[in-house]
Design a protein around this ligand. Structure first.
Ligand code: NDP
Length: 401
């Protein structure tokens, strides 16, 4: 008999998580899809139920309403709640899990709606309460954060005595044919890329202007791309959890057209998260922009090309310097053929399903709140190969200056 999971959200990432749970019926015997708009949950169920042994049910829930969530969790009685709604819901869903004593997993750290501030402090504050309740919370189990943390734990366990430098490189070589669109939730995406950049050096954050630091890198499977240093949430946890870290940075590729459009939208105030009055109604410019941009889910059939996401590690093994690159290449069109989504949702949804399976099968089960690099990476790494995100290694990578 498989396990029972509640999945919250029915967007791009959720639909991959659900498709993958349905492929893994041995672990996911029963799942419930619950989101704000129930018709989206029903549509996913209709598409997948005929071809899976996993028994799917659906429900409407406002995940910001803790009593409503608690009622749903108590009536369905899942062993884990997989949160693939938006980062704003993280704390409410964690509160409900605590009350019901159910394990929790998400793919992005909490951020308050009124300030674009990405840090783990709010969720780490739940450590003692989760420990006392005897339940597990796995934070940030998508690709980045997520697989990047698993890669780091794997490198630390098998390849290094000490890791001194990590560069996380996130390359999307996909082309959707639109002059401007975002590959996942536009609001979350634009908040992330218009924020100041930062990296950690000698235990301290160093802040940069947005997109101030640019490098060019030749990615296997994609080719040469411009990439920019961004702040990213896993820097905070990896700097604490990986031994000997001196510097850790995160780079993401962006095309010139994306940047030119973003700059223009910023200049005219369309990316602001400060509410304004419009025709007697308060609106948030960024939320209005989201409403006029293409829905990321609609990019699936149009996006061609590959992603290449991974980590370059520099450190020491047996007293000698060592460099090591672990990465995954994923093809947008192949993802679309398999689950009806492009690679950005795929590379996030597959690790979320694997992480939940790790908890349900007891491999990643310990009371408290944890980032992925605090668990044994080996069973997760095996599952990446099995479930569609095979990893590759390079023992002589080109380094990022
Ligand atoms: P979408 O916008 O496509 O989907 C979000 C879903 O959450 C929608 O179904 C939405 O419902 C639902 N939702 C929003 N608010 C509520 C609420 N209050 N109660 C119930 N449901 C709600 O987003 P994505 O699928 O692109 O992203 C999902 C998550 O994945 C985000 O947190 C994102 O940051 C994260 N992510 C992580 C990555 C990683 O590598 N770690 C990479 C990419 C994304 P409705 O349909 O009614 O609006």
């Amino acid at each position: 008999m498989g396990h029972r999971a509640l999945i919250i959200g029915a967007g791009g990432v959720a639909s991959v998580v659900i498709a993958k749970c349905c492929q893994n019926s041995e672990v996911f015997g029963e799942i419930m899809i619950a989101s704000r708009t129930k018709s989206k949950c029903d549509a996913i169920k209709e598409r997948l139920q005929p071809n899976t042994k996993t028994v799917i049910s659906t429900a409407a829930v406002d995940a910001d309403n803790v009593p409503e969530l608690v009622k749903l969790i108590k009536s369905y009685n899942p062993e884990i709640v997989i949160n693939v709604a938006l980062p704003y819901q993280d704390l409410h869903i964690m509160d409900a899990c605590l009350e019901c004593k159910v394990d929790y997993l998400d793919t992005a750290n909490y951020e308050p709606e009124d300030t674009a501030k990405f840090e783990y402090s709010w969720q780490w504050a739940y450590r003692d309460r989760f420990k006392e309740a005897g339940i597990t919370a796995v934070l940030g189990c998508g690709f980045d954060p997520g697989v990047t943390g698993v890669f780091s734990a794997y490198a630390q366990k098998h390849e290094f005595d000490e890791i001194n430098y990590i560069d996380i490189l996130d390359c999307n070589g996909g082309d959707h044919g639109y002059p401007f669109a975002t590959n996942f939730n536009p609001e979350i995406n634009i908040r992330e890329v218009s924020a100041k950049g930062s990296y950690i050096e000698d235990g301290k954050w160093v802040e940069t202007e947005p997109m101030e630091i640019k490098r060019v890198y030749n990615f296997k499977g994609v080719g040469e791309k411009d990439m920019y240093l961004l702040h990213h949430e896993e820097l905070e946890s990896l700097a604490l959890n990986i031994k000997g870290i001196k510097r850790i940075r995160f780079f993401m590729t962006f095309g010139q057209s994306y940047l030119t459009h973003l700059k223009c939208l910023e200049d005219v105030g369309m990316t602001s998260i400060k509410p304004i009055m419009f025709e007697g109604k308060e609106i948030v410019p960024l939320q209005f922009l989201k409403a006029v941009l293409p829905d990321p889910a609609s990019l699936g059939p149009r996006t061609k090309g590959k992603t290449n996401i991974g980590c370059i590690f520099q450190g020491k093994k047996d007293g000698k310097p060592k460099n090591y690159y672990l990465y995954n290449i994923c093809d947008h069109q192949e993802c679309y053929k398999e689950v009806g989504s492009q690679a950005i949702s795929y590379t996030t949804g597959v690790p979320a399903m694997i992480g939940a399976a790790m908890v349900l099968t007891g491999k990643w089960k310990k009371p408290g709140v944890f980032n992925v690099e605090e668990f044994d990476p080996d069973p997760f790494m095996e599952n990446l190969n099995k479930w569609g995100l095979p990893w590759e290694e390079d023992f002589d990578p080109v380094l990022v200056p």
